[in-house]
Design a protein around this ligand. Structure first.
Ligand code: PLP
Length: 406
């Protein structure tokens, strides 16, 4: 017997679908249509890409090379056997697994804060944060270059919102001066800005937050596991460990790369988020496999801080060699190394030409980055060997010459 549901056919919305198809066609005509590449192997430095074979990845957030680290994968497997696939509901309705508490305690002790609360993504952590705490009497102050998840988190908050110029402390102080009457002020910034790769001016942010009695929240997704001698992130980089009021960060990057995110900070913050933040109250918990592998990833990092050092060496080498080849990457110290090309179509073309050379590095254009600032964004990993980096640099030189970028 055939159990296939009957397909209703295209009865309604056909003009809507025609409009969307026209949008897609124009993306294709402009050369800005994104092609999804499928990988048939674990996320490592070399992957097996469908239709391409062996490809070297230079655009992953797998900063420490932990995505396919044996003990981290095994921890996920053990979690699957112990807890099954998931909670099948929201935490307060049907319970959390003990590993959620273990992971949250580990995150808090790793970052040197009182408590942490996990979400299925850092996107959710960010969208759950500001809307929960801020009302019309408050002011939310955000860096103009903050990640899209912070921007959406700000949009969801029914509060007064102000944006300051990127890392411009005069602009931030101006907003703080103008908002003295607010009940609470909440400053939010990326720790490491994901498209530029620059580091937030944390000492100045902390000073201004203290001076104006504002809360400072840092999304350290690209700092966690990356910056500081032991990978504790942007505060450790500046010797300001313990000075940030609230963190959000991703578990889907340096810390195992599966998915997940968290908010961390003083106990009342996480306590109240568990009571009130909508992604907690209306969405499932982090899958236990991911909770187990993320916990193993942090434990691994605690035992192997040398991975962070290796990432730093790779970053310095790659940046120096790019510059020696005639490229002008955006200056910086982080493993995010953007090369600005201008037009979106050019960035996408360069990434396709690099892929033809076996190097997977993504081109970004508007609206991910401002118009006219399309770029190739390279990301280094501790798992890249010197040979890997040389292979990538050779391809960059070849393609860079062809496109007259160098
Ligand atoms: C700074 C920043 N915050 C948050 C996120 C979202 O992270 P997740 O994938 O855990 O939702 C990203 C993703 O790229 C990011 O770059």
């Amino acid at each position: 017997m055939n159990h296939e549901p009957e397909r209703p056919g295209n009865k309604g919305g056909s003009s809507f679908l025609r409009r969307i198809q026209a949008e897609i066609d124009s993306l294709k005509e402009d050369g800005t249509y994104k092609i999804l590449n499928y990988i048939d192997s674990p996320q490592e430095v070399h992957v097996k890409m469908e239709g391409r074979g062996d490809v070297l990845i230079l655009s992953s957030n797998n900063y420490l090379g932990l995505c396919n680290e044996n003990e981290i994968v095994e921890a996920g497997r053990a979690g699957l056997e112990r807890f099954g696939a998931g909670t099948a509901s929201v935490r307060f309705i049907c319970g959390s697994f003990s590993v959620h508490r273990q992971l949250e305690e580990k995150i808090a002790s790793f970052l040197g804060v009182d408590s942490a609360l996990t979400y299925v993504s850092c996107w959710n952590a960010n969208t759950g944060l500001m809307a929960t705490f801020l009302g019309e009497e408050d002011v939310l102050i955000s860096d103009e270059m903050n990640h899209a998840s912070i921007i959406d988190g700000c949009r969801l908050a029914k509060t007064r919102r102000r944006v300051y110029s990127h890392s411009d402390m005069k602009s931030l102080e101006q907003v703080l001066r103008e908002s003295r009457e607010a009940r609470s002020r909440f400053i939010i910034s990326d720790g490491v800005f994901s498209m530029e790769g620059d580091v937030a001016r944390l000492p100045d942010l902390i000073e201004l937050a203290r001076k104006y009695d504002a809360v400072l929240a840092l999304d350290d997704s690209h700092g966690t596991g990356v910056l500081g001698a032991t990978g504790r992130g942007t505060p450790e980089h500046f010797g300001l460990h313990g000075e940030v009021d609230v963190f959000t960060s991703s578990l889907g990057m340096a810390l195992g790369g599966a998915a997940g995110g968290f908010t961390a900070g003083p106990a009342p913050i996480c306590d109240y988020l568990a009571q009130r933040s909508r992604p907690q109250l209306f969405s499932n918990a982090l899958p236990p496999t991911v909770a187990c592998s993320s916990l193993a990833a942090i434990e691994f990092l605690e035992r192997h801080p040398e991975r962070v050092g290796r990432l730093r060496e790779n970053t310095v080498y790659f940046r120096e060699q790019l510059i020696a080849s005639g490229f002008r990457p955006v200056p910086g110290i982080t493993p995010i190394v953007p090369i600005i090309l201008g037009e979106t179509a050019k960035a996408i073309r360069m990434s396709q030409m690099l892929l033809d050379q076996g190097i997977f590095v993504t081109g970004f254009g508007y609206p991910v980055v401002p118009k006219g600032q399309a770029r190739i964004r390279c990301q280094l990993s501790a798992a890249h060997s010197r040979e890997d980096l040389d292979q990538a640099l050779e391809a960059f030189q070849k393609v860079g010459r062809q496109l007259k970028v160098i």
